[in-house]
Ligand binder design. Structure first.
Ligand SMILES: [Ca+2]
Ligand SMILES: [Ca+2]
Ligand SMILES: [Ca+2]
Length: 298
């Protein structure tokens, strides 16, 4: 072996060792940002520009959406709204049945299967579910719900029905998130106790920069939730927007958020737009996967 070929041999050897080391130490970190959104405005209880700006600013990967109405609800109108709000390539489902204020799910990743489970307590919506093919082997089941305003007993009846649907339909070891507008008057009512059998319901809760965890328009009630099961909760990570860090997630209120430059193109008046339902609630999770691509370097 002449000297030059020897150098090349050493070079190839070190590349091989180095790339092997990369397979051991490199992991791919995938952020999964999940939002509960009952953000309809205007006189038709539908998604308009204020919600669109909030979606554009907060960049969720998965949205558990309520009152999922856009214009006349044609597929083309909803497709256009989703593309403008989240960018190209996002997927969505709207619960079947043509109810007045349906639940739905929006996802960066492919929706493998979706549908609704009947909420017999209320005529204008059901429990919407989607099985999402997130990166890695385990799927994420997302369930978007909108419990009754009427009273806590009715909400607990709904929560009990939902718990039963999930125990029958969702593989116990998959990731699961339940969320949306639960209309809960406090953090300890029976519906939450019921759901605590399948998802993590304990504090700390997402909050705004002032520490306020309430999510209705006047910020006095904890109506909206993002509830992960134990596997997903184990991936909890601080939510970072610009220079701001929210260790337990964010309740987004454009009226109090500073600086608004971190959440462009939101306007300070978006959370007080005509008939704006609630505040968005956002939580981040971090999935660490090995990087198999590195194996192909040598
Ligand atoms: Ca339905
Ligand atoms: Ca129903
Ligand atoms: Ca997957």
């Amino acid at each position: 072996m002449n000297r030059q070929r020897k150098h090349i041999a050493y070079f190839v050897f070190f590349i091989a060792i180095f790339s092997h080391a990369l397979t051991v130490f490199c992991a791919e970190n995938i952020r999964i940002r999940i939002m509960a959104a009952n953000l309809t405005t205007g006189n038709k209880q539908s998604y308009e520009d204020p919600a669109k700006r909030i979606f554009q600013a907060l960049k969720p990967d998965i949205v558990l959406i309520q009152e999922f109405n856009v214009g006349n609800n044609t597929t083309a109108e909803i497709d256009a709204y989703i593309q403008e709000s989240f960018g190209a390539g996002f997927n969505w489902m709207r619960e079947p049945g043509k109810e007045q204020i349906p639940n739905g799910i929006i996802s960066r990743w492919r929706i493998v299967a979706s549908g609704d489970w009947s909420d017999t307590a209320v005529a204008n919506r059901d429990f919407a579910w989607a099985r999402i093919d997130i990166p890695g082997d385990k799927d994420l089941w997302a369930v978007s719900i909108h419990l009754l305003t009427s009273n806590a007993t009715a909400r607990n009846t709904e929560a009990t029905a939902l718990k039963n649907y999930i125990s029958v339909n969702v593989p116990a070891k998959d990731y699961l998130v339940i969320g949306g507008d639960l209309n809960t008057g406090n953090r300890t009512e029976n519906a939450i106790k019921t759901l605590s059998a399948i998802v993590e319901t304990a504090s700390p809760y997402p909050a705004d920069q002032n520490g306020n965890t309430n999510t209705n328009a006047n910020r006095e009630k904890p109506y909206d939730w993002v509830l992960p099961n134990s596997y997903l909760h184990a991936l909890k990570t601080p939510l970072i927007i610009g220079k701001s860090i929210y260790p337990d997630g964010l309740v987004f209120d454009s009226r109090v958020y500073t600086p608004l430059s971190e959440v462009s193109p939101v306007k300070s008046t978006d959370s007080s737009a005509t008939n704006m339902q609630h505040m968005a609630v956002v939580r981040d999770f971090l999935l660490e996967l090995p990087s198999p691509d590195i194996w192909y370097l040598y």
